[in-house]
Design a binder for this molecule. Sequence first.
Ligand SMILES: CC(C)(COP(=O)(O)OP(=O)(O)OC[C@H]1O[C@@H](n2cnc3c(N)ncnc32)[C@H](O)[C@@H]1OP(=O)(O)O)[C@@H](O)C(=O)NCCC(=O)NCCS
Length: 215
Amino acid sequence: MNVYRSKRLKYVPIDDIEYEDFYLALMNEPGILNSDVSLPLGFTMAKVPGATKILATRKLLCMYICLPVPGGFGKPVPIGVVALSKPEEQHAQHGSSSLSIIIISTYQRKGYGKEAIAWALDWGFDFARLHRVEIACYSWNPGAKRLYSRIGFREEGVKREAVWFMGGWHDRHELAMLEDEWRGKWRDEAHAETWAPGSGQTYSSEQIAQNMGSA
Ligand SMILES: CC(C)(COP(=O)(O)OP(=O)(O)OC[C@H]1O[C@@H](n2cnc3c(N)ncnc32)[C@H](O)[C@@H]1OP(=O)(O)O)[C@@H](O)C(=O)NCCC(=O)NCCS
């Protein structure tokens, strides 16, 4: 059992300095504006160590999404980033977090986004004891919304004219997945091949012992 693997992907912590060049390239992808709607001020190498350090400490989870090298040796190839927000200390009991994801353009539309989201949901529910995971997209990104709906996120509302972008007002669509919905139906349909067993199940101590080789 490897917590940091899914079917085709591997996950590496965001503060791994070997990936700083990739982080810079990712921050300069046009698609970053789909998820980061702060003022676009440009991003240079000087900002990378500070930004990745903030992500490593302030997010619950923030990982590079990577393709493993065949044979298992050598540096996995980074293709994106997936993150879960950290609930504030006095709100931790609600078990709620927001998921964000970006895949670099050359690796989009190959099913990696779906797989990485499924892995992050499994991680959130199975290890961090989350109860609900939210995800949002802006109205100029219907492709992302289609993907989230297909994974099983339910639309919960629209924040009308919530963002000013490229000279106009745009809506923010908010969706969420509950733990039981994921375990009961969608986890199985995602075929992400993480550590998690099939629909609706969790492991007994004995099964974990088998998986971990500690029986
Ligand atoms: C959204 C994103 C994470 C999806 O990752 P991905 O690896 O491309 O997605 P998958 O290959 O798993 O799934 C593809 C599906 O996603 C949807 N989709 C994703 N990007 C799309 C796009 N640019 N145009 C149309 N549909 C898109 C489609 O439904 C597509 O299914 P289809 O090919 O059968 O039509 C990725 O495209 C991305 O990083 N985009 C730029 C940043 C971004 O928008 N992040 C999300 C912010 S809310």
